[in-house]
Design a protein around this ligand. Sequence first.
Ligand code: WT7
Length: 661
Amino acid sequence: MAEQKATTSVLLEETRIFPPSKELVENSNVMAWMKKKGFTTEKEMRAWTSQHYIQFWGEMAKDYVDWFEPWAQLLNWQPPYAKWFVGAKCNVAYNAVDRHAKGAKKDKVAYIFVPEPTDQPTQKITYGELAKAVNRLANGLKSLGVQKGDRVSIYMPMIPETAIAMVACAKIGAIHSVVFSGFSSGGLNSRVLDAESKVVITTDGFFRRGKPLPLKPNVDEAVSNAPSVQKVVVVKRAGIEVPWNPARDVWYHELVAKQSDACESEKMDAEDRLFILYTSGTTGKPKGIEHVHGGYCVGPAQTLHWVFDIKETDVWWCTADVGWITGHSYVVYGPLVLGTTTMIYEGSPDFPDFGRWFQIIQDNKVSVFYTAPTAIRMFMKAGETWPKKYDLSSLRLLGSVGEPINPEAWIWYRDNFGGGKLQIMDTWWQTETGTFLVSPLPITPLKPGSPTFPLPGFNIDILDEDANPVPPGTGGNIVSNTPWPSMLRAFYRDPERYKKEYWQMYWEIRPGTYLAGDKATKDKDGYFTIQGRIDDVLKVAGHRISNAEVESALVSHPKVAEAAVIGKPDEVKGEVIVAFVILRTGAQESEDLKKELSKHVRTVLGPVAYPEAVFFVKDVPKTRSGKIMRRVVKAKALGNPTGDLSALANPEAVEAIPLIK
Ligand code: WT7
């Protein structure tokens, strides 16, 4: 490894390789398994586990999970439908809390909760206490009539009750649908309607940048036309006045106060649905990704244990919000099944200043830390003085997720969080996959910006249009050739779309090939690099938003006739949303209207989808069938070559798109 001090110009062509320390390798969880099995090299181990993936997952399922009843068959694979652990009975809540609460981990801290306001104390919740809290709420939900298979929407900030609510649902066999609290009432409404939720769990409000802000009014609006919703359970978090409907609303603290703290976990079939999580696709309608109990007992815990090398004494902090898949798998199910101590922080990374996260790491001796490139780039901009003020020596391993991490940010992360020596686990995965698919292990030599290789138990490849693996350095579609336990099972109430979006592409040539929707390359050593989405899905600060969703929000404004939305590259957020809007006849263009339209999107979808800029245009390029050519809009707006325009119905519209750089 070259010892030169990296400068930006050097970093643009980062070619260094960062091997792990001998100590990390020798003590790693994966190495213990390799020794047990007689593997001497990582390559050999990765190759064997890929080839024998069914056997591998069977072994992992025994190592990590307590089953009520064993499976009759490990895998039933009828592409595109996989069933794992067929006939087995289990419950992820049993594995996440019950077994710890009655065992050696009873008094171990499960969650350390740091409220945003600095005058509120940090709270520690042991596994014993967590089990009781889960049981009380599980009984409370039952008392409200929630039964196995019913859907419960959870719309909450980052507080322990959010995790408790998820596990309580799992315990009684209800299916949770967590909706990120950065979505507005419109985003919540469409998700509640689609899931036909019986109950919504929320809070009065939450703290953001030191201020209590209301949340419940969004729920009131969202459920006003949702007849399935019978009860709204409200956690008192912000202590603010909120509108109250006594026939429907129930205070969480009053509900659980009356309940027993004992509740048996429902014996679920391994393939029973655990949750629905809505994510953005290419149309305006979010897709309800379904995950199951069996897969979630195994996948998150095993991948967390191997990739992040979690030990009994580790304090794990994954900064993701539970409203996204990363929070589901690596704030809730993975760490709880392992019996890990996990941080939950309520607020902004820069409140009251850019030292907050470093302070939390120092105060709580966080040892393994997992965040998103957008956060790293924000800290990079804020400067090295912030991490330098704090003692970060408790950290021993770092991670990254959500979008490609550029080598500059990778090096900065290693230098400033990791004292110039910690390894970074750049994990590539998706809402659909449930767990990491391509990722380093603690034993892997790293190349900055690369998630390295497919994990054990996976068969990931990069294919050209004819399903041939691409040669080194050539871009192609990243696919999975085989199923895995924590994969999505279907789309809630939309089986056709499931087939079409993930399996159709290679169906004629190689049925059962999962199309992830990302473009990637491999280098001559087999290291993967992810180049971004192949479809019209945006990644704004790591959050997945569809162009079409933002466009339909814009078109719902009375003055808008049509809209084309693109992602513009951004130093910190990866990309930001830019909208090109055609006004209806009679509407007057103005700066105020631009602001009004951005605000309108925030009202309809939430702050997460706020357009950074709006431009008025007379026309947008379209195909003859009327499809807006976002690719062409984007190329023209960013000053890139627009390519072949012969398919356009209105090539003159291209000229009218302004350069926005
Ligand atoms: C998309 C999935 C996976 C949890 C958070 C996002 C992008 C994710 C990486 C990474 C490059 C990444 C992909 C993927 N992505 N991780 N390490 N390197 N790109 O889940 O919201 O379902 O988004 O995020 O484009 O398809 P999601």
